[in-house]
Design a protein around this ligand. Structure first.
Ligand SMILES: Cc1cc2nc3c(=O)[nH]c(=O)nc-3n(C[C@H](O)[C@H](O)[C@H](O)COP(=O)(O)OP(=O)(O)OC[C@H]3O[C@@H](n4cnc5c(N)ncnc54)[C@H](O)[C@@H]3O)c2cc1C
Length: 481
């Protein structure tokens, strides 16, 4: 496999030390290149092609001879949208720090790093490792597969499993049943009648498993380990995880009940920038993993797989009733159930949920949309995040770029007519091409949901107006859980 590039644009007297640290640590897996000016750096990036050769990280000195580092980094994004862009600052250099803060607020760069002072400088390498990890996540660099899922690509249960594993940070691979790898795994598993099939890291095979069955196979508890707790927290979103950390750290026996994904809705956020302690932001997935581990370290327990369906007073205790019929007894209960996505109420669309129509869009699902045309319905936070996940991977919708339909208004993403749009979006094929690509229309074709009269007529009209463009809509909008 071709090595992704790490590019250092630097002309300062300490450039040699930065270069040495980069080469020493990363040259086994990355090609480390250097440039002494912004023009030279852009020439290198140009030679690498617009997104054709992966560029993982660009580091820039704030004061290059021919431009500021921020100006250079702002241009990097146009050519290599998922490359991480870092400004290198020196200790005590307030002017560079001001440039880093301004560039970060304007979105011209992703982060800053302090130049290494010693060799090795682990603080510098921690920053580099974080940036390279984030690049790998955004670029969809395959991780080792703890779990392999084989299924029909557009089956709702395939989508549910992808979402479940992705949002719970389980490294997994999805293989369509008809693909060579899918066929190989099914042969190895000795089953092909019922899909999806899950092949575990140790060779165990689960045929169409329930969420709890899959959790148990991964070693996650699905039953409470104790008869009684001091605190039971319902829901493992940020609120529930924070309650678990504070409860457990005060020595209270604490259990967290979660049916879907640790991290709740925050797990689908590409970058949370307003959380305490993360000056460069943190992905929702990373935040969830850290909070989960923190609560676990303080002794909190997790019970996964069954939603709380009732609450009953029983003597001095409260009993949380779970949907599987079991109970969790506790002196106090914290309800932190957050929100659930509202459905549009269009039967034909809801019938395709998970099979071309998605509510919210986790990063794992965005990768499955590579090269497809996607319409995002909604115009607020979830829709914006879905667009961020999808835009670098998807093809443009018709003339005006990929679109988010926001309550009847059109919110435009980068226009394919401008430089950014031309580089990241291919135009849709002509009518004939489109028919060939989409296959024959019919009720099972996820690209052509036949809309029927019902509630939400305004939204139906908006969606219908865009029908026939071979789109995979992602719908967004939420209400209390
Ligand atoms: C795409 C996106 C991006 C965002 N970006 C930001 C941001 O940058 N900054 C910011 O401050 N906020 C952001 N938010 C909002 C933030 O994620 C929410 O405010 C936060 O997640 C709310 O936390 P919560 O724990 O209250 O609820 P949730 O995150 O909704 O978690 C609730 C949990 O409860 C579980 N649950 C529900 N019902 C039950 C039941 N019956 N039994 C057991 N468990 C149950 C759910 O499965 C879920 O895991 C974003 C949200 C989204 C969707």
């Amino acid at each position: 496999m071709v090595k992704p590039v790490v590019l250092l644009a630097d002309s300062s007297p300490t450039r040699g030390r930065v270069e040495a640290e980069l080469r020493k640590r990363y040259s086994a897996d990355y090609e480390v290149l250097t440039a002494g000016s912004a023009a030279a750096a852009l020439a290198v990036l140009g030679r690498l092609g617009d997104g054709q050769r992966p560029v993982s990280l660009v580091l820039a000195d704030p004061w290059l001879p021919d431009a500021t580092g921020t100006e250079l980094l702002a241009q990097v994004r146009r050519r290599h949208p998922v490359a991480r862009r870092v400004l290198l600052v020196a200790w005590g250099d307030q002017r560079s720090m001001s440039a880093a803060v301004a560039g970060s607020v304007l979105g011209d760069l992703d982060s800053y790093a302090v130049r290494p002072l010693t060799a090795p400088d682990e603080r510098f390498h921690r920053d580099m490792a974080e940036q390279l990890g984030e690049w790998g996540r955004r670029a969809g660099v395959p991780r080792s597969e703890v779990v392999s899922v084989v299924g029909e690509e557009w089956a709702p249960r395939s989508h549910e499993l992808r979402e479940l594993l992705g949002r719970n940070s389980v490294p997994f691979g999805f293989h369509p049943a008809a693909s060579p790898e899918g066929r190989r795994l099914l042969e190895q598993a000795g089953t092909r009648d019922v899909l999806p099939v899950v092949v575990m890291f140790d060779g165990r095979v689960l045929v169409d498993p329930a969420n709890a069955e899959l959790a148990e196979a991964l070693g996650v508890p699905t039953k409470p380990g104790s008869d009684r707790y001091d605190v039971a927290v319902i829901g493992a979103g940020p609120a529930g995880l924070a309650a678990a950390v504070y409860g457990a750290s005060e020595g209270l026996s604490t259990v967290v009940l979660e049916p879907v994904a640790i991290g709740g809705q925050a797990g689908s956020s590409s970058l949370i920038r307003n959380y305490l302690g993360f000056p460069s932001g943190v992905s929702g997935e990373e935040l969830a993993v850290r909070a989960y581990t923190q609560a676990l370290t303080f002794g909190a327990e997790y019970v996964y797989g069954s939603p709380a369906s009732g609450l009953r007073a029983g003597g001095a205790d409260l009993a949380v009733i779970l949907a599987d019929g079991s109970e969790v007894r506790s002196r106090a209960v914290i309800v932190a159930t957050g929100m659930a996505y509202r459905r549009l109420g269009i039967p034909a669309l809801d019938a395709l949920a998970g099979a071309g129509v998605f509510y919210g869009a986790a990063a794992s699902e965005a990768r499955a949309m590579t090269g497809r045309c996607v319409y995002v319905v909604g115009g607020a936070n979830s829709a914006g995040q879905a667009a961020v996940h999808l835009a670098p991977l998807c093809r443009t919708g018709h003339r005006a770029g990929a679109r988010a339909l926001a309550r009847g208004q059109h919110v435009r993403l980068p226009d394919p007519g401008d430089r950014l749009g031309r580089q990241h979006h291919r135009p849709l094929p002509g009518r004939g091409d489109r028919r060939r690509r989409a296959g024959p229309p019919g009720p099972a074709d996820p690209h052509r949901p036949g809309l029927r009269p019902g509630r939400n007529r305004g939204r139906q009209r908006a969606v219908r107006a865009h029908r026939g463009r071979a789109a995979d809509p992602v719908a967004a909008g939420r209400g209390p859980a």
